[in-house]
Write a protein that binds this ligand. Structure first.
Ligand code: COA
Ligand code: ZN
Length: 312
């Protein structure tokens, strides 16, 4: 029932997490956080976003952050880009991968990037061409893939259309995003296999938010459905008290702990990851949602791991 095939974790905290933080996370702390994350064994880090600084002031220092990172060999550094302008800004920087995004629902896409879905797809095709010519690897997000806070259920055909469009653009991997935490495990178990054919050679990644407490259950359902790439955010950062439904991604520590306990290798050192989570918590100044950060990793030394029954 539970295979033991390893997974790859994509750390998105410095982008998806911080984009919802109302207070500015100082540039040198962003760089410090990214460098700490790079030492944990994580091989993929989404570090920033080339969006309009007026839309997301948190990323007004994108260029400084990218320039400040001490690049670690073997780590793929990625950044979000919304449009051609963002791509132009990103091309001269050392990020390895550009992450495109479009929402599966019209209203969300309009609110997010001020474009219709068709306009976004046309713009992204241009971005993809420029990015590939510039030697960047491409990731594509389907935002609100499991449901939209404005439109409710999202037709699978709409998600499939975007997946096919990404494939034509030369995208290497598509991440299905449960942006406002509406997905449930049964839906996850159905959606990923249903898109396998449309995805063809592209990898499919799972991007879950824990807004309604279903994040890890969804991750497990995706794993059982064959997904091996998971997005997560250090400390579970990203909860925003003012935007309904905009809660953090599943916490990287919680995902890594659960998977490792199940015998699924992540290649990530949980203690080093906790160091990064503590830094994020200290800078943000409020208790982060991560469970492992609160209670600590499971410790089995001196205990009988085979039958960890509770005496009470
Ligand atoms: N970076 C910096 N500046 C940008 C930009 C980018 N990626 N894209 C556009 N601009 C600038 C333009 O140059 C123009 O500047 P000017 O007024 O000095 O000429 C101005 O912004 C308006 O350009 P326009 O193309 O009309 O953009 P817009 O106002 O329709 O905004 C987005 C579109 C996509 C740039 C904006 O909505 C955005 O950044 N959204 C981010 C959403 C996001 O990150 N969501 C979370 C991820 S799921
Ligand atoms: Zn997200």
């Amino acid at each position: 029932m539970f295979p033991r095939e390893p997974i790859t974790v994509v750390e998105v905290g410095p982008r998806d997490g911080l984009q919802y933080e109302p207070d500015f996370f100082p540039t040198e702390k962003k760089v410090q956080l990214i460098d700490l994350l790079g030492r944990t064994g994580l091989t993929r880090l989404e570090v920033t976003s080339f969006v309009h600084p007026k839309a997301i002031p948190q990323f007004k220092d994108t260029l400084e952050v990218v320039a400040g990172i001490r690049r670690r060999p073997g780590v793929i550094y990625s950044s979000l880009v919304p449009n051609v302008k963002g791509c132009q800004r990103a091309l001269g920087t050392p990020v390895d991968e550009l992450a495109l995004f479009v929402s599966a629902s019209e209203s969300h896409n309009r609110k997010n990037v001020n474009m219709s879905l068709d306009e976004s797809l046309a713009a992204l095709a241009q971005v993809a061409e420029m990015a590939l010519q510039g030697g960047k690897r491409l990731r594509g997000y389907v935002v609100t893939a499991f449901g939209c806070p404005y439109e409710g259920r999202v037709p699978l055909a709409q998600v499939e259309r975007i997946v096919r469009a990404y494939r034509e653009m030369g995208v290497a991997e598509v991440a299905l995003g449960d942006t406002t935490g509406l997905a449930n495990p049964r839906q996850v178990a159905e959606v990923f296999p249903a898109l396998r054919e449309a995805a063809g050679p592209m990898g499919l990644a799972a991007h879950f938010h824990d807004s309604r407490g279903t994040g890890l259950a969804n991750a497990l359902a995706a794993y059982q459905a064959g997904v091996r790439v998971f997005d997560a955010s250090v400390g579970g950062i990203g909860g925003c008290p003012t935007a309904v439904g905009a809660m953090g991604n599943i916490a990287t520590e919680d995902l890594v702990s659960m998977m490792e306990e199940m015998g699924v290798a992540t290649g990530i050192d949980l203690d080093k990851l906790l160091e990064a989570a503590r830094l994020a918590q200290e800078v943000i100044g409020t208790e982060l949602p991560s469970h492992i950060l609160k209670v600590g990793r499971p410790r089995w030394a001196g205990l009988n791991r085979e039958s960890p029954g509770c005496p009470a």
